[in-house]
Design a protein around this ligand. Sequence first.
Ligand SMILES: Cc1ncc(COP(=O)(O)O)c(C=O)c1O
Length: 314
Amino acid sequence: MAIKASDFVWNNGHLVPWDDAKIHVMAHVVNYGSSVFEGIRCYQTPKGPAIFRLRDHTLRLLQSCKIYRIDLDFTLDELCQATVELVTANKVSPCYIRPIVLRGYGQVGVNPFNSPIEVYIANYEWGKYLGSADSDDGVDVCVSSWTRLAPNTMPTMAKAGANYMNSQLIKMEAIVNGYSEGIALDVNGYVSEGSGENIFIVHKDRIYTPPLGNSVLPGITRNSVIHIAQELDIPVIEQIIPREMLYIADELFFSGTAAEITPIRSVDKITVGHGIAGPITKAVRRQFYGIVNGTAEDRFNWMTPVPVKQTVTV
Ligand SMILES: Cc1ncc(COP(=O)(O)O)c(C=O)c1O
C-alpha cells in the first residue's frame, strides 16, 4: 500500500512540511541501520480520534534509545504531546503513527557517537495489514527457514530499524512461497514470533505465548492481549514453545499494531483447529476492538483522545 502523504511531519520539535522531512544519503542511519522506531495506531472512535497506548509505545521508543546509547533531547511527556499535536495538525484519522529516532549526517565510520540524533514523527492514513477487518477466515502462514536474531547478536527488546532486515527475509520467503506471513523460530528452534507480530497459541482452553527470552519484541498488543485474557479469566502462560505446538494448537493468532488480532488458519498447510477463528481468539478480539473502536469502556486507560476538529475518515 502506497503511503498517503500528510501535511506535516514533526522533526526535532517543529512541524515541517511532509516533503521537507528528508535526510542525506550519507547519514549514519542509511549506511549502518542506526535507527529505532515505533508503530502506533490512532483509531476513530465515536468521541473522535484516539491513540492506542501512546505512552507505552513512546516509553518503548525511549527504551530502544537507551539500549543503543542514544541520548534524546526530548522527554516521554514531550514526545507524547508532540504526537498528539501532529495528529491534530494533520487531521487524518484513523491513522498510523511512526516515530523514528535516527543517527544523522555527521562523521564517517561505524562509530555512531558523533553523528547527530534526529527525531521524526510521521502519521498517515492506514487500514488493515493482514487479512480483512474482523474476518474469521484467518491467514495461511509458514514456519520460516530464517530464525530470529540470536540473543547476543541484536537485542530484540529494542525496536531497531536494523532488526527488520531479518523480518524482511522472513516476510519475503513467506510471500514468494504463497503465504501471508512467516513464523520465525529462535536460535534454539523454539517458537519466537512473526516478522512483525507476536504469536499466541490456544491449547486446551489456555493461552500460551513465548517469553521475551525467545527473541521476541515486547509487543504492546501482546501485553494488551494478556490483560484482556486475564480479565476474561483465561489463563495466559508465557513459556518456551516447541514448533510442533503450532500444528496441534486449537487456535493460533497474531497480535501487533499492524496486524491487531489476526487469526491464523494454517501453518505449513496444516489446518489450525477447525480452520476458522476459534472462540478464545474471538473473545479476545471482541474486547480488543471494543476498546480501540470506542464501543466498550476504556477500563485500562489505553486511549489518548486527540482534539481534531475536522477528520478524514478512510
Ligand atoms: C517483530 C515484531 N514483533 C512484534 C510486534 C508487535 O508489537 P506491537 O504490538 O507493539 O505492535 C511487532 C510490531 O511492531 C514487530 O515488528
